[in-house]
Write a protein that binds this ligand. Structure first.
Ligand code: HEC
Ligand code: HEC
Length: 425
């Protein structure tokens, strides 16, 4: 459903795309990361922190035999119950939860699950007539075949800043606060905002209610979902939210592994799992069943003081500490939802290179010396000094979080062709 065109990507995105091409040689990826940091306005690499591992250079890569031994050792450890896994490397003060299977979705009392509501919600999710232009459905930017994201750098490149990358809606049921900046507190609220935000669907409540009320088959579906209730904007938002709560994962090979199938992960993925929890320090923020702490962190990607500036969480709370902070995204199915980060400027290999370098630390200009809003990078990010083999193993582990492919047929939309055909017109 390629409804809106891919616009020119501009220098930044093209540059990042070029940098993030998978490179095997250490120097090339180092040089690429250094160039990236310069472009993002950061200090030179490794300038401010000591590497978390205490190493000043990556350790040598393992030989094939050494890898076999290591993988066997880890398989013995990790095949046991998760409560017996080695402790992750977590900074003091962080409340973390082990990564693991997804819980059952809890539908709120104010919007209980019903098949009729899910059917109505799904129909609305795919219906572009809801938007002011008549061209954008939720599914235009959250396509089932693109991991429920849209594969674009940012969804609306021409909108005034901040333009952001569309996250997946899979497992959104498990997020407390929604959007990169957490401005919606429930899926119901999020849907209402997506429908009316001029940069998403730009519709009015009257338009949406009018559409559903004006088409007999839509009205009938509504009646099934909400018997004896008038068609309201709030009820339509509830139906879409109810549908969203049915889009959950939990069938990845990682899930099979933690469910007891010790052969579900390859050696590389297993080594990657251990790195993810320990030496690469990822579980400091990506923990729990959805691989997100639900909190907000500054990774140095705010472009503070520049034309692309996005202050993230600060726009919601007004708290100077929140400048540049974004909600930790889920990593489930992350290999399907590139490009990555709120800016949509990175491929996975680029992201891993940047974490390895400790991410970027923005450089204060002279006039910013006393600026209380100047963003401060999360203290939990430190140079990792992982070698290329480690980075490949980490990437392999993230690949094991992929859900099996599943094609969802778009529903037939009430009031289009079908009715005319049925009535013989
Ligand atoms: C023009 C593209 C576009 C359309 C249309 C669109 N979205 Fe989004 N969606 C986005 C972008 C971009 C974000 C991130 C915005 C932000 O965080 O500020 C987002 C965020 C979300 C999130 C939050 C996910 C998370 O992890 O916090 C959900 C859920 C969602 N959209 C569902 C919907 C639904 C439901 C609709 C239809 C009513 C819809 N979207 C329409 C682009 C779109
Ligand atoms: C300090 C907390 C923190 C740590 C530690 C951390 N992350 Fe993240 N991660 C985040 C946040 C926050 C974002 C989104 C940042 C943004 O867009 O500005 C993110 C984004 C990502 C993304 C992009 C996801 C997407 O859908 O766009 C990937 C992949 C990722 N992290 C992997 C990792 C890996 C692998 C590690 C360990 C090497 C790690 N992270 C360590 C907080 C963290």
């Amino acid at each position: 459903m390629a409804i809106h065109q891919r616009f020119g990507e501009g220098f930044g995105a093209a540059f990042a795309r070029a940098l993030a091409l998978p490179r095997r040689q250490g120097f090339v990826s180092w040089a690429a990361t250094a160039a990236m940091c310069a472009w993002l306005g950061s200090t030179p690499l490794l300038a401010d922190d000591e590497a978390a591992s205490g190493r000043t250079t990556p350790r040598p890569e393992r030989t094939a035999t050494e890898r076999d031994v290591e993988a066997q050792r880890l398989r013995e450890i990790y095949r046991s119950d998760r409560s017996r896994w080695p402790p992750p490397m977590i900074d003091p003060g962080i409340e973390w939860r082990e990564i693991g299977p997804l819980p059952t979705v809890v539908h709120p009392e104010s919007n209980p699950l019903s098949p009729a509501k899910v059917t109505l919600g799904k129909t609305l999710f795919f219906d572009a007539r809801l938007s002011s232009s008549g061209k954008l459905a939720c599914a235009s930017c959250h396509e089932p075949n693109l991991g429920w994201a849209d594969g674009r750098t940012v969804s609306q490149p021409l909108r005034p800043a901040p333009a952001r990358n569309a996250p997946t809606i899979r497992n959104a049921a498990f997020h407390g606060l929604l959007f990169w900046d957490g401005r919606a507190e429930s899926l119901e609220q999020q849907v209402e905002q997506a429908l009316t935000n001029p940069h998403d669907m730009g519709a009015s409540a009257e338009h949406v209610v009018g559409l559903v009320s004006g088409i007999p088959r839509y009205r009938a579906r509504f009646e099934e979902a909400f018997p004896n209730e008038p068609v309201t904007f709030a009820a339509l938002a509830k139906a879409i939210a109810c549908f969203e709560r049915t889009i959950v994962g939990g069938r990845s090979r990682f899930d099979e592994f933690v469910a007891g199938d010790a052969a579900a992960l390859t050696d590389a993925e297993l080594i990657g799992l251990d790195l993810f929890r320990r030496e690469a320090r990822c579980t400091n923020c990506h923990h729990g069943p959805v691989f997100s702490d639900g909190r907000f962190h500054d990774l140095g990607l705010s472009f503070y003081g520049r034309s692309r500036e996005d202050r993230g969480r600060h726009a919601v709370t007004g708290d100077p500490k929140d400048v540049g902070r974004f909600r930790t995204p889920t990593l489930r199915d992350v290999t399907r939802t590139t490009p990555l980060m709120h800016t949509g400027m990175f491929e996975l290999s680029g992201v891993l290179n940047m974490y390895n370098a400790g991410m970027v630390t923005l450089k204060r200009q002279d006039f910013q010396r006393d600026d209380p809003l100047f963003p401060v990078k999360s203290p939990h990010l430190k140079p990792l000094n992982l070698n290329q083999q480690d980075l490949a193993d980490l990437a392999a582990f993230l690949g094991a979080l992929e859900e099996p492919r599943h094609r969802m047929m778009p529903p037939d939309l009430p009031g289009l062709n079908d009715e005319a055909a049925r009535s013989g017109r």
